[in-house]
Write a protein that binds this ligand. Sequence first.
Ligand code: COA
Length: 371
Amino acid sequence: MTVHAHIVGWGKYVPERVLTNDDLTHMVDTSDEWIRTRTGIAERHIVAEDETTATMAIEAAHEALEMANLRPTDLNLIIVATATPDHAFPATACLVQDALGATHAACFDLAAGCSGFVYGVGLAADLISSGAYRNALVIGAETLSRITDWEDRATCVLFGDGAGAVILQANGSDGGILSSLLGADGSGGDLLYLPAGGSRHPASHQTVSEGQHYLKMRGREVFRFAVRAMPAATRQVLEEAGLTIDDLSLIIPHQANYRITDASAKALGIPKEKVFSNVDRYGNTSAASIPIALCEALEQDRIHRDDLVVFVGFGAGLTWAAAAVRWSAPLPTMPLTRRRKIWYALSYRYAALRSLVRRFVRWLAARFTKE
Ligand code: COA
C-alpha cells in the first residue's frame, strides 16, 4: 500500500504586542506610506521579554496537536524550522519535545531561512512515505526582532515574530502532500545573512560593537531572486504532481512583500485572489510565515476539502521550496470538548513535572554517584 502524508492538524501563535508603521516612524527615518507602498506591511507582532522561539513554537504545537486529536506521545518526529533558535544547541525542537512530553519523537532544527517550513514539510512527507515515521510535527518559528537592527530602516520595517505548526500523518488514502521541491544556491549566501555568532566570527566585544549580530540584507537583489524563484518553483512542483496552474485552488506563499507575491501571480497568469496574503498584519516572519498564513486561510474558509494548495517559499541560503497539497483534512473540524481540553492541560502539566523529576534525578546522580 502506498503511504501518503496528510496534514491533520495546524496551529499558530503570534505575540500580543503590535508594532505599527507609525510606531516605527518614531524609531527610524521612515513613513507609513513608504513601508506600505514598498512592502504592503502595516504592522507586525513583537515578542514580550519572556517569549522566545521555543515558547511560541510550543503554543503553535498545542493548537496543532489538539486539532489533530493526537497525544504528544503519538509524535515520532519534531522539526523546528528557524533562523532564530533559542540556542545554537540544544535544538529548539528538543525544547518543544520536553514541554509537550513528546517522549517518542526524534527532534532537530532545520536552517533553510524563510524556506525552512516548506523544507520541513517536504522532508517529513518523504520520511512518512518511506514508512520511517507516522506522525510528524513541523513548526516554523521565529523571533526575528532579536536579530533586527532597530536603527537600520532598510531592514527593521520588514520583519516580525510568530510561529505556525502542522502535523503530518501517514495514511493510505490519496491526497495530502502530492509533491515537494527543495532548492538552494549557496553563491547567494551573502545577500541575506547574520555575520557573527557562529564559528567564523564568534561573539566578541568587536562583533557586538560593530552590530555584526544583526541580520544584513541586500534587499534589491533578494527581491530579484524572489520574483524568479517563486513562479518557477510553483510551476515545477505542480508538474511533478502531474498537474498544471489551472488545477490550482490557492497559493500560500512566503509573506515577505506584497509586490513579490503580486509579481509571482502575474508571472503565473493567475488572479491575485488565488494568492493568499496577510503580510499587512505580520510582516515577514520568515519560516513562520507560511504556516501562519495557512491557519488564517483555513480560518477564513479559503481552503476546502480536495482543493489543490501550493506552499512556496524563498529565503536566506539562498533557498527556495514548494509543496503541492491536496487538502484532505476534514473541514470544519470539531471543537475540543471540555473534557479533552482538561486532558491536554493535564498532560502538559505532567510533561513539566516529568522534566523536573528527570533533572532532579540527574542532579542526585551527579551528587551521590562516585565515579
Ligand atoms: N523608509 C524610507 N526610505 C527607505 C526605507 C525606509 N524604511 N528603506 C530604504 N529606504 C530608501 C533607501 O535609502 C533608498 O533611498 P535612496 O534612493 O535615496 O538611496 C530608497 O528608499 C529605495 O531603496 P531600495 O532599497 O531601492 O527600495 P526597494 O524599492 O528595493 O524596496 C525592499 C526595499 C527591502 C522593500 C525591497 O527591496 C524588498 O522587499 N526586497 C526583498 C526583501 C525580502 O523579501 N527579504 C526577505 C527574504 S526572505
